[in-house]
Design a protein around this ligand. Structure first.
Ligand code: 3Y8
Ligand code: NAP
Length: 249
């Protein structure tokens, strides 16, 4: 009996969940529980960590999971590493649904840094108006550069913030070019800091930066372990069909 576990939290995971539900494939959608009101899904949902790779392996066995698709964000390196280890340990087939990294185009003014620390180090200059669109979990790191005026975009209303000069926009994506251009103009943004998330949900700020001639500090992705990588929902359905899953009607 098939039981697919989707490690979710992204636009691509949501598209996969819709297709899996339409095909009638028995599946569970998993959120980490990072935000207050995660998007509802057309599948049974579980929320919260598993308790490391061991916890995930136990979940796979207890729930008789037969297939795992890791459709988490490219910066969710811990989860992806745990998925590889747990699936190997529990003997469950795993594939990742990934999206290609963004690449600079004509007119882009990108400066690549290897990680969050690299971005912080690159911001030691004179005060600027910075659009810090990297979410909530790494704001403390940027407290090392308090001289800037930050525009923060967060999914939920924050509590106390570690940055003295900041404006907050509470908004979850997917975002649009027009809105991001207007937002950046309104705040006189001089630098955009972005993770190289790839996909469509977060690229609007890059297109707006190009149009406005604003430089971007692009944080490259963490290394991820070796695993089967698929790049579309159709490829995942094909992979499932070829690994013994009866696709529905
Ligand atoms: C909880 C679940 C959809 C899915 C929406 C995608 C697109 C919009 C772009 C900016 C960048 C950022 C952030 C972002 C994007 C999509 C997608 C994507 C970036 C939700 C969601 C969850 C999260 C967690 C959240 C992190 C934060 C990161 C905000 C749902 C809305 C900055 C990453 O407050 C917090 O603790 C937020 C934490 C992890 C990164 C961070 O370090 O703070 N995502 N985002 C998932 C869970 O609990 O398992 O409600 O939908 C999903 C989405 N976030 O189609 O609706 O697929 O990438 N999410 C980054 O890419 O830089 C925003 O503002 O321009
Ligand atoms: P992470 O740093 O790789 O994971 C840290 C821990 O969070 C994991 O070890 C696991 O806890 C738990 N976790 C992460 N994703 C989970 C999931 N889908 N289901 C159950 N537990 C999960 O991950 P993250 O960067 O915090 O991302 C958390 C969630 O937000 C993921 O769903 C991801 O797709 C989504 N997201 C992240 C980003 C980003 O920038 N990182 C952007 C957009 C969306 P245990 O060890 O206890 O199992």
């Amino acid at each position: 009996m098939t039981h697919l576990l989707i490690l979710g939290g992204t636009t691509e995971a949501n598209a996969l969940a819709k297709a899996v539900a339409e095909q009638g494939i028995p599946a569970t959608y998993s959120y980490a529980g990072r935000v207050e009101n995660p998007r509802p899904q057309p599948l049974p949902v579980r929320v919260g960590g598993f308790g490391g790779a061991e916890g995930l392996a136990r979940y796979l066995r207890d729930q008789a999971v037969t297939h795992v698709v890791d459709a988490t964000h490219p910066f969710a390196a811990q989860m992806s590493g745990n998925a590889v280890a747990a699936c190997r340990e529990a003997g469950v087939t795993l594939a990742a649904l990934t999206r290609p990294a963004w690449t600079a185009q004509e007119g882009d003014r990108w400066h690549h840094v290897p990680d969050i620390d690299g971005a912080v180090a690159a911001m030691s200059g004179a005060p600027q108006r910075v659009f810090l669109a990297v979410g909530r979990m790494h704001l403390e790191d940027f407290a090392a550069q308090p001289q800037h005026r930050y525009l923060l975009r967060l999914v939920d209303e924050p509590g106390a913030l570690p940055l003295p000069n900041c404006d907050v926009v509470v908004s979850r994506g997917p975002f649009t070019f027009a809105d991001d251009q207007a937002l950046m103009r309104q705040h006189g943004i001089e630098l955009v800091v972005s993770k190289n998330a790839g996909g469509t949900g977060a690229r609007a700020k890059l297109d707006a930066a190009r149009a406005l001639g604003v430089p971007v500090l692009m944080i490259d992705r963490p290394d991820l372990p070796q695993r089967t990588e698929l790049s579309s929902v159709a490829q995942v359905l094909d992979w499932l069909a070829h690994s013994g899953v009866n696709l529905g009607v």
